[in-house]
Write a protein that binds this ligand. Structure first.
Ligand code: IMP
Length: 191
């Protein structure tokens, strides 16, 4: 078992809990897309671990593609204006797309991506998000496959970073030394 770094305050979802939830969600996807080929679109960088694990839980016919986005705004809060750093390789016209996100905070990033993908003429678009912060969501989003709800705190691990660190942790956790008092925004560097 991996040692928990000193900066980690609390593990919210263990590796085992995440894998168990992914197995359930993958079974739902396999059932829902039976006889149809689904195209999973991961939003980089955060979703890279989620996509890899989800892929290994899926047994049906699936294909994978990725988009990389960066949002304008502060490091820890999105403005809803998203820049596409890497677009899809595949044409999604007529395809059944599942957009895979690590975490939905305000929902603005996902909202933008959904509108962008729908404009390309897919047969369907559904959303999978491992985590969401219901108190923070500012738009009405149809999250079809949902992992866990997190309180209004900044979390790291399982693909999620603070300043590009902690993505490799196999669990989702909060950081020590982070003042969470301002709507979950990080206002102090972790020790
Ligand atoms: P939204 O547009 O506000 O929903 O923000 C979504 C993006 O912000 C996610 O894809 C993450 O990259 C980032 N984000 C939001 N909350 C957290 C967090 O608690 N930890 C790490 N990244 C986060």
């Amino acid at each position: 078992m991996q040692e928990v770094p000193e900066e980690i305050e609390q593990v919210l979802f263990s590796s085992e809990e995440i894998q168990a939830r992914l197995a359930v969600l993958a079974a739902e996807i396999d059932r829902d897309y039976h006889g149809r080929s689904a195209l999973l679109v991961g939003v980089l960088k955060g979703a890279f671990i989620l996509m890899a694990d989800l892929a290994r839980h899926l047994h049906g016919q699936v294909e994978f593609d990725f988009m990389a986005v960066s949002s304008y705004g502060s490091a820890t809060q999105t403005s809803g204006v998203v820049r596409i750093m890497k677009d899809l390789d595949l044409d999604i016209a007529g395809r059944h797309v599942i957009l895979v996100e690590d975490i939905v905070d305000s929902g603005l990033t996902l909202n933008y991506l959904l509108r962008n993908l729908r404009a390309r003429g897919p047969a369907s678009v559904e959303v999978m998000a491992l985590l969401s912060k219901p108190d923070q969501i500012r738009v009405d989003l149809p999250i079809r496959y949902h992992g866990f709800t997190v309180p209004n705190v900044f979390v790291v691990g399982y693909g999620l970073d603070y300043d590009e660190r902690y993505r490799n942790l196999p669990y989702v956790a909060t950081l020590r030394g982070v003042d969470q008092s301002l709507d979950g925004r990080v206002i102090a560097r972790p020790v």
